[in-house]
Design a binder for this molecule. Sequence first.
Ligand SMILES: Cc1ncc(COP(=O)(O)O)c(C=O)c1O
Length: 422
Amino acid sequence: MRPVTSSGEARQGSGALVPSEPAAGTPPASPAGSLPSLHAGGATVQPAHGGNLAWAARRYGLPPESFVDFSASLNPLGPPPGVLERVAASLGDSACRYPDPECGWARNALAAHLGVPPENVLLTNGGTEAIHLAVRWWASCVSGNRPGRGRVVLPIPTFGEYARAAAAAGAPVVHVPLAAEEDFRPSVPMLTAALRPGDLLFLCNPNNPTGALLARDELLEVWRRCLGAGAFLVVDEAFLPLAVGGEGHSLAWDACRGPGLLVAGSLTKTYCLPGLRLGYLIGPADAVAAAAAYQPGWSVSAPAQEALPACLEDTGYLARARLLITTELPLLARGLATVPGLRVFPSHANFLLVDCRGTGRTAAEWRDALGRRGLLVRDCGNFPGLDPFHFRVAVRRRRENEVLLASLPWYTMPCAASSLGG
Ligand SMILES: Cc1ncc(COP(=O)(O)O)c(C=O)c1O
């Protein structure tokens, strides 16, 4: 394990900084202050995140609604029954007034659902806003908002928004590369060895795009070591409510009490409402209040606030979703692994990371071949820490997973590449 700075240096066991070779096709991490764009810039440039149907429509010449989207890892059940109807029925009223700036009703409902006091919860415009607010909060703690006083430490590969939030806050990024031979699974010493006072360690649990899950005991030990090093910890639990074996591993409750720890979550993933945008930040009440000071007014729309209590009312919904994922994840993994040349990484999340180098084709080639057939997978070539031979596939419903699996052997046939131009 060698932590790598955003300038491409790696720290070895001795503590010396040495140049590191980025993997082929891996973009360098963003230096402090430069913000990678979320705009795909036409149909040729790979978008920053999955789920970009407008980009896919331009690239493949198909209507956006015609795609089966395996590139965004949402709850495969879709939104809880009745929620969209409730939101639609309230729209005439809610769209014509300002939302509650405190999100009182929705916040109380979420706090009760998570078993934490409301003053420890901040509702956000998606998990993405929670990530950005967490970084702003940390930056204000360590530097009074002056850039460059601490580093954001990222085990890679991981979700790209952490580096964007660091860049937006003017903070340098340090990478801790995870090893493919170890299925990208981090260990506590690996995560904490390079921490310095004032650093912010970001953990995604389970991790996007690898699906690796850290147990609560391990997380508590990481937190303990962060405190010992004078560092901060943010755990992004965006995929935890949908994770196989994820129960009992949340730090939400601990974050309310402890210093230096925030937990972020994405309700847009949990309840499949990515267009409505809902997320949350949990932490000590003073930290939550400080983070809230950076949030633009009325950030969470009235329809989103309306949707949340409705989502929580269906108490069996999450259990049904987890049952579906628990059943489909191994089927999808086994199906993918039967394709010669595909290596599937073990995952606890509602998605699978696949290494396709054994097929002789890049992830972009796989993405395009499937995209032309209306099936979207996430080319992971732009994740620092991965190379152009990784793609990610979300777990969907049985029928959709079967359609994807049925399409894969076809692309491994020699005639497929020539008929499609690769
Ligand atoms: C790990 C992780 N956290 C947070 C988010 C953001 O989710 P949201 O759509 O709620 O902003 C994503 C989205 O892909 C993600 O992968």
